[in-house]
Design a protein around this ligand. Structure first.
Ligand code: CA
Length: 235
């Protein structure tokens, strides 16, 4: 089967209330090929982070309402492992240490050059990619948690962010039945109209990829549907 070969842009979630800084970070990152989503408050940033669609989160500490450290704490408590670079306005050692303890990957003290931020992001990226390949494996099926690719006997399939999150969720508990509501909450992260069919549509796409990878062989790995209830992963 064919696989996507195009290089995907790295996606950055920027949470920063100061317009001047946000403008210069956005334009600097855009110019270097990153795609930036900008939020101005901690609450908005947290909601955006829950979608887990970003390769990095650049998070200001001093934000109106919910501050960056509390957002970081919540992100990690939710099990979201997206790398976080904190922006510190003051040269406060305490905030930085607390941030690193809460699971930040790095910090930048303002003012900074956007080149330095880009360099840090690439260092984090290399560190993650080099940190051994975390893989969920059942038989010949492998879900690479770093490259987010699904493979079977050397054939590979790309997954969208949602497909990946959903499949990882099911694969981590093989045989366990998950309801649509549980899947919605975990993968989409918010209260969705319970009559929505996004879960079924996403499952269908994953199933098609599983079937394509197994290319006519008996499906050794598949996703079971339990009518009216939900889905489970069957190795
Ligand atoms: Ca600020």
């Amino acid at each position: 089967m064919s696989t996507h070969q195009e290089k995907l842009s790295l996606r950055v979630l920027l949470v920063e209330d100061e317009q001047k800084i946000a403008d210069f970070v956005c334009s600097g990152l855009n110019a270097r090929g990153f795609v930036v989503e900008h939020c101005r408050t901690g609450h908005q940033g947290l909601e955006a982070a829950k979608r887990q669609e970003h390769d990095f989160i650049v998070l200001d500490i001093m934000l109106p309402g919910r501050d960056g450290l509390s957002v970081l704490k919540e992100i990690r408590a939710l099990g979201i492992s997206t790398p976080v670079v904190l922006l510190t306005a003051r040269n406060e050692l305490g905030d930085r240490l607390e941030g690193l303890e809460l699971g930040a990957d790095d910090y930048m003290a303002k003012p900074f050059f956007v080149e330095e931020l880009v360099a840090r992001l690439h260092v984090i990226r290399r560190r993650i990619l080099g940190a051994g390949h975390d893989v969920l494996q059942y038989g010949k099926f492998r879900l690479d948690l770093v490259s987010r690719k699904l493979s079977y006997e050397g054939r590979e399939a790309e997954l969208t962010a949602r497909e990946f999150t959903l499949l990882e969720y099911l694969m981590r508990a093989p045989g366990q039945l998950f309801t649509r509501a549980q899947i919605l909450e975990h993968v989409w992260g918010y209260d969705f109209d319970p009559t929505t069919n996004v879960v079924d549509v996403c499952i269908k796409r994953i199933r098609n990829k599983l079937a394509l990878l197994q290319d006519g062989e008996d499906l050794s790995v598949h996703i079971d549907a339990v009518r009216g209830v939900g889905y489970r992963f069957k190795p």
